[in-house]
Design a protein. Structure first.
Length: 343
């Protein structure tokens, strides 16, 4: 019989604050999964050992790479059923956490200037929460560089690719994003920046007020603890539903008083409820609200019903909740969202 474990104890474990009795309780809980049936239970002992070694080696390699360069690569995964069931269990999560905790030291105040890099090489939008509570939704094929703990006087990150920002208000510390040759500065608002290598850089505002600037000297992405730049060559101020587009040839910013790109609609929050609604109808409602195309060829997903009350949520936030509650994943391509089952 499985033991039950408090979420508070797990949270303390991940923070490294457990005492000996609590660690013993976690170990006992972990061991209670030993006799659970799963899709690898019927494998011969030799294959089980090989499978286990493969998992652990993969974990160790990722830890070594992260330790070496502070770069975390989020990669696309082929979901083989037996592997998915094994690594998605709470026991497997604790196993990974154990290796991370054993390898990674506690961060001291001297190390607070540490820069981290997240590469999203998946085909889903990756949600991140920074040290000040700001949320960053990192799009596929995008990279974010940021300080593990923000400076006392500023909050600075560097972006390559695309991301949507929901910045926590802090009037004493501006939030600056360096993306190519443009700098976006806010104090608390929500907006999207698109700055792919071979695309036209632009900033789209959903809420609040945003400053977009060009400077004579570009800020190095590896110098995020330096003072915020001043005296821009050009600056435009944006309010909701406005955008700034950077002309790479003329090195100038153009302000548009209307965003014509309909993909921005996925970030506009709305309220929607479902009461035992077939997923096919759920897709229709979300498609209409956000002007997208959500669908699935998976029979298990299409046979499901949804009970949910989404209040003041964007489409990516709704998709994130569906991932966690329905055990599904999705791939995004422009305005198309394709759901697949993990079951």
């Amino acid at each position: 019989m499985k033991k039950k474990l408090s979420a508070d104890i797990l949270e303390k474990y991940f923070k490294g604050d457990c005492n000996e009795n609590e660690i013993a309780e976690i170990n006992s809980w972990y061991n209670s999964f030993e006799h659970d049936e799963d899709d690898i239970s019927d494998l011969p002992d030799l294959e089980k050992e090989l499978f286990k070694d493969l998992m652990l080696n993969n974990i160790r390699e990722n830890i070594k790479k992260t330790e070496a360069d502070n770069v975390i690569n989020l990669k696309r995964t082929k979901f083989y059923r037996s592997l998915l069931y094994f690594i998605s269990s709470a026991a497997a999560i604790l196993l990974i956490a154990f290796f991370l905790k054993s390898k990674m030291p506690r961060i001291s105040p001297v190390e607070d200037k540490e820069e981290l890099v997240i590469n999203n090489m998946t085909n889903t939008i990756h949600k991140m929460v920074l040290s000040d509570g700001s949320k960053v939704w990192l799009s596929p094929n995008s990279q974010l560089t940021y300080l593990k703990v923000f400076d006392k006087h500023s909050r600075q990150v560097a972006l390559s690719g695309e991301a949507f920002f929901e910045v926590t208000k802090d009037h004493s510390r501006p939030f600056s994003i360096y993306s190519g040759k443009i700098t976006t500065k806010v104090w608390g608002t929500s907006f999207r920046i698109r700055s792919y290598k071979n695309d036209i850089p632009k900033v789209d505002v959903v809420t609040g007020k945003v400053s977009v600037s060009i400077y004579k000297v570009n800020r190095a992405t590896t110098d995020l603890s330096s003072p915020v730049q001043t005296n821009p060559v050009q600056e435009v101020m944006l309010t909701p539903n406005q955008e700034a587009i950077y002309d790479t040839k003329l090195n100038t910013l153009k302000k548009n008083t209307e965003i014509k790109d309909t993909t921005i609609n996925i970030w506009k929050k709305t309220n929607v409820s479902f009461d035992n609604t077939p997923m096919a109808d759920v897709f229709k409602v979300l498609n209409k609200k956000f002007k997208v195309h959500i669908w699935s060829a998976d029979k298990k997903i299409n046979a499901d019903y949804l009970n949910a009350d989404f209040t003041d949520e964007s489409l990516p936030a709704i998709m994130e909740m569906l991932k966690n509650t329905m055990n599904v994943n999705y791939a995004i391509n422009g305005s198309e969202f394709v759901l697949v089952s993990n079951r």
